[in-house]
Design a protein around this ligand. Structure first.
Ligand code: ZN
Length: 154
């Protein structure tokens, strides 16, 4: 069957960046399964998968707007080290969780640590990057009622 909303789709994929470095891959493991049409994957990749069938292979380059968004400088902030005094062994590259005013959990990466402030970055690690996918469609089936109710594949 062809990929459409509320199908459970299994794919093998390799994700590379503009430099050709592999960022992620399902090769050598289980395929990735997701419920199509429920934001299980980035929008650009779901669009590329729409209407395809098992056995199809394709390559697609997805622009940031259809992937993890543009890099937003407003999501990078300098925070006084005093405000982070609770955190043990603060290090560059560390990921911190905070709650935004609307109650959403935000992941902040520590980009830099200065004498009196740290630079915290709430952009997704892949924000601003064009993502290159090499995909093969392994399986497509109809989702069951429970999967549709939950919004994800089981
Ligand atoms: Zn569930």
């Amino acid at each position: 069957m062809k990929i459409a909303s509320n199908c459970v789709v299994s794919i093998h994929y390799t994700l590379t960046n503009d430099a050709g470095e592999t960022l992620d891959s399902s090769a050598g493991g289980d395929p990735l399964s997701y419920l199509h049409g429920n934001n299980g994957l980035i929008p650009g990749l779901e669009r590329e998968l729409e209407g395809r069938e098992p056995g199809d292979s394709f390559k697609a380059s997805i622009q940031p707007a259809d992937a993890y968004g543009e890099h937003n400088p407003q999501l990078v902030q300098e925070v006084p080290l005093e405000a982070l005094a609770q955190i043990e062994e603060l290090q560059v590259g560390m990921q911190l969780q905070s709650q935004s005013p609307d109650g959403q959990v935000q992941v902040l990466q520590v980009d830099a640590i200065g004498d009196s402030t740290a630079t915290l970055n709430a952009n997704h690690a892949l924000a601003g990057q064009t993502l290159h996918f090499d995909v093969s469609v392994e399986n497509v089936r109809e989702a069951n009622d429970e999967e549709i109710a939950h919004g994800h594949a089981h």
